[in-house]
Structure formats: structure tokens, C-alpha cells
Write a protein that binds this ligand. Structure first.
Ligand code: PLP
Length: 386
């Protein structure tokens, strides 16, 4: 009888698993072999070799990732930036133009501002909240539109449905960085995005112990990205594949707990008199809360906020908390806290940060799996120390 693999929780655990199990092993074994016996493949890209991202550990992950976002195909990569850079370079060539949301993850922002010029690729930043303005920025050589599901670190939710419609109307490839929402809360291909990108380092793996990336979406585009990645060399090591595979199995329980915990913490911070502003799409006061409710099944574990006392207060607060570790990255089991202007967005110029609203005192909190009560007590105590 065929296995029932419908619900997301079942797909996370069973999709892509070898049938029958290899040697009876319930967990996917690690194939620590760089190369595999020649099987008569006609194309270089189909030879089994770790750099070509097609060993049994890779293909199992590809099937699992495609299944959890209800998409036709997927690819893993050596990091989120390997996935993002290979995707952009597969879709855009010298002379092409890109429309990109104006508040991007710092690494993606730097890729566009520092490297694209040398490659002859131009871009314009668009206001994700104002689709009417996009038409004025499109050019005859525009090939793609790039947005983030929930922007990092300002937690903005662009008009994602409008981005898909705009791409279709103008023959563009629509791409979205879905890292901060995670497939539990949002599956971009369900609303028509061509490609969804992930730093799998974050929620997908969830344990802060590997760096990995993923590209999920239309089969022809995933194939094009695969060929590009094969040349660029950003493959994921089999041991990292194994850890990512293991991490993905618990994604739903982790993210649902993080959704609940983060909402309680955001509400606590919002009413605290030392807190000037909280950015969390689950709060009714968030500018795009109605849109976030319509698009997402939950709002994730990431938030950012500013204190009434500005940068000095933020520095004292970050030094004063005891549970969160002051470290970049997000989406793992440990709660992490940073000042983005000093870490994830330090590579961005001060003017660019100011333009998009990342103040020097902005604090980003990635809520992990600790007790919500303990976290609130810890944050409350650190807020009181002033
Ligand atoms: N996209 C987002 C939203 C991120 O937060 C990050 C990393 O922080 C990346 C992409 C890049 O991922 P990686 O560090 O795995 O290369």
C-alpha cells in the first residue's frame, strides 16, 4: 500500500527517504564518498560527485525540500549565500537588470552593491510596500524581481502577491528569500513564486551547527541553478547534508513553538516602558500585520526593537541578558541577540543602513526553544538595569 505523506509534519519526516531503507537504517546514512561508480551517464552534470550536489544525501534532501514547500524541485548548497549568488547568476547575465527589495539581508545587499557592477548586472531597489512604484523602475532589460518573505532585521512584509503578479505581467523571474518565514509559516510556490531561497543555516537546520543553503521551485530554473552551482563549486558536504536532513525533521515542532514564544515576548516588549518600538509581524501594531496574517501560518521567532535610551541602553541591555547569546544568525534552538549595525549589517554603509531604517541601537532577537517565562524574566531584568 502507498504511504500516506500529506501533512507537512509527515512530509518533513518521510518525504525523500529511501524506500526500502538502506540496510534497514531508519536514519539516512552518510555517504562519505566524493565520487561514485560510473553508471553510463551521458552528461558531466549527471556524474555522481559531491561537487555536483547529486549524491544520495543530496537527492534525498532535494526531494524533502521540494515536498515541504509544495514545489516541483529543490537543490541544496554550501550556504545561503551560495544558493542566492548561484541563483542570481543563473538567472541574470551581463547587461541584465534586477529589481530588488530595498531592505535585504546584508550579505545579499553587498553582493548587489559590491559585485554586480563588475559583472555588468544593474539593479534598482524597490519599495516592497508600494507596488504602484515598481512600474516606473522596470526597464527593457529587467529579468527578475527579488524580495524577502520577512525582511531581516526590520521584519517588513512586502506585498508578496503583487510581486508574483508583477513578475507574471512583465515576464520576470520571481524570487524570494524565505529564510525568516520558514516553510512552516510560508510556502512561496503556493502563491506562484518561481524560486524560494533559504539560508538553511537558520530554521531549516535549526541547531546552529552547520552552514547550508537551499533553492526550491520551478524545475527548469532549479536545473539552471544546479548547472551554475556545479561550476561555481558551492556544494554541500555529505556530513552537513546529514545534519540538515536530521534538523529538518523537527522543523514543524520547533517553528510552531518559536511562533508562540516570540509572539508572547513581542507583546511583553511592546508594553514595556523602556521599549520605544517593536518590529514583529504578529503584532497588531505592525504596519503590514493584516498582510502577514493573510500570507503566513505563523510569524516566526525573529523580532527587532529599539530602546527608549538609544544605543547606550541597547549595549547595556545586550550585555545584561543571561539566556540569549550575543551572536549573529537566527532560527536555531538557542536564543541569539545582536545589534545588526555591528554584525549582520556591518558590511552595509552607514548611509544605506540609515536609509532603510536600521538604527545603531536596533536590537535583533532570535527566539529559541528555551522556556518563554525564563526568557521574559531575563529580558525584564536586563531592561530594569538602568
Ligand atoms: N538570507 C537571510 C535572510 C539571512 O539571514 C542570511 C544569513 O544570515 C542569509 C540569507 C545568508 O545565509 P548563509 O549565512 O547561510 O550564507
Amino acid at each position: 500500500m502507498e504511504k500516506i505523506v500529506k501533512g507537512l509534519e509527515t512530509r518533513l519526516i518521510h518525504a525523500g527517504e529511501p524506500e526500502p531503507r538502506i540496510g534497514g537504517a531508519v536514519s539516512m546514512p552518510i555517504f562519505q564518498s566524493s565520487t561514485f561508480e560510473y553508471g553510463g551517464q551521458a552528461s558531466y552534470h549527471d556524474l555522481k560527485y559531491i561537487r555536483l550536489n547529486n549524491t544520495p544525501n543530496h537527492t534525498a534532501l532535494h526531494q524533502k525540500l521540494a515536498a515541504i514547500e509544495n514545489a516541483p524541485a529543490a537543490l541544496v548548497a554550501a550556504s545561503g549565500m551560495a544558493a542566492i549568488s548561484a541563483t542570481l547568476l543563473a538567472v541574470l547575465k551581463s547587461g541584465d537588470h534586477l529589481l530588488a527589495q530595498n531592505c535585504l539581508y546584508g550579505g545579499t545587499h553587498n553582493l548587489l552593491t559590491d559585485d554586480f557592477r563588475d559583472l555588468g548586472i544593474t539593479f534598482d531597489f524597490i519599495d516592497g510596500d508600494n507596488p504602484a512604484s515598481w512600474r516606473g523602475q522596470i526597464r527593457p532589460n529587467t529579468r527578475a524581481i527579488y524580495v524577502e518573505a520577512i525582511s531581516n532585521p526590520l521584519l517588513e512584509v512586502a506585498d508578496l502577491k503583487a510581486a508574483v503578479q508583477f513578475a507574471r505581467a512583465h515576464g520576470l523571474v520571481s524570487m524570494i528569500d524565505n529564510t525568516c518565514a520558514s516553510p512552516v509559516n510560508f510556502r512561496p510556490s503556493e502563491i506562484g513564486f518561481d524560486l524560494s531561497l533559504h539560508s538553511a543555516t537558520k530554521y531549516l537546520n535549526g541547531h546552529d551547527d552547520i552552514v547550508a543553503g537551499a533553492v526550491i521551485g520551478r524545475a527548469d530554473l532549479v536545473r539552471a541553478v544546479t548547472l551554475k552551482l556545479n561550476h561555481l563549486g558551492g556544494s554541500l558536504d555529505p556530513h552537513a547534508c546529514f545534519l540538515l536532513h536530521r534538523g529538518i525533521k523537527t522543523l514543524a515542532v520547533r517553528v510552531r513553538y518559536q511562533n508562540e514564544s516570540a509572539l508572547r515576548i513581542a507583546r511583553f516588549l511592546e508594553q514595556h516602558r523602556q521599549v520605544a518600538r517593536v518590529n514583529y509581524p504578529g503584532l497588531e501594531t505592525h504596519r503590514q500585520h493584516a498582510r502577514a496574517r493573510e500570507l503566513f501560518d505563523g510569524f516566526g521567532g525573529l523580532m527587532s526593537f529599539e530602546l527608549a535610551g538609544g544605543v547606550a541602553a541597547a549595549e547595556r541591555f545586550v550585555a545584561g541578558v543571561t539566556i540569549p547569546t550575543c551572536a549573529p544568525s537566527l532560527g536555531g534552538v538557542d536564543t541569539l541577540i545582536v545589534l545588526p549595525a555591528r554584525t549582520s549589517h556591518a558590511g552595509m554603509s552607514a548611509e544605506d543602513r540609515a536609509r532603510i531604517g536600521i538604527s545603531d541601537g536596533l536590537i535583533r532577537l532570535s527566539v529559541g526553544l528555551e522556556s518563554t517565562d525564563d526568557l521574559i524574566e531575563d529580558l525584564d531584568r536586563a531592561l530594569g538595569e538602568r
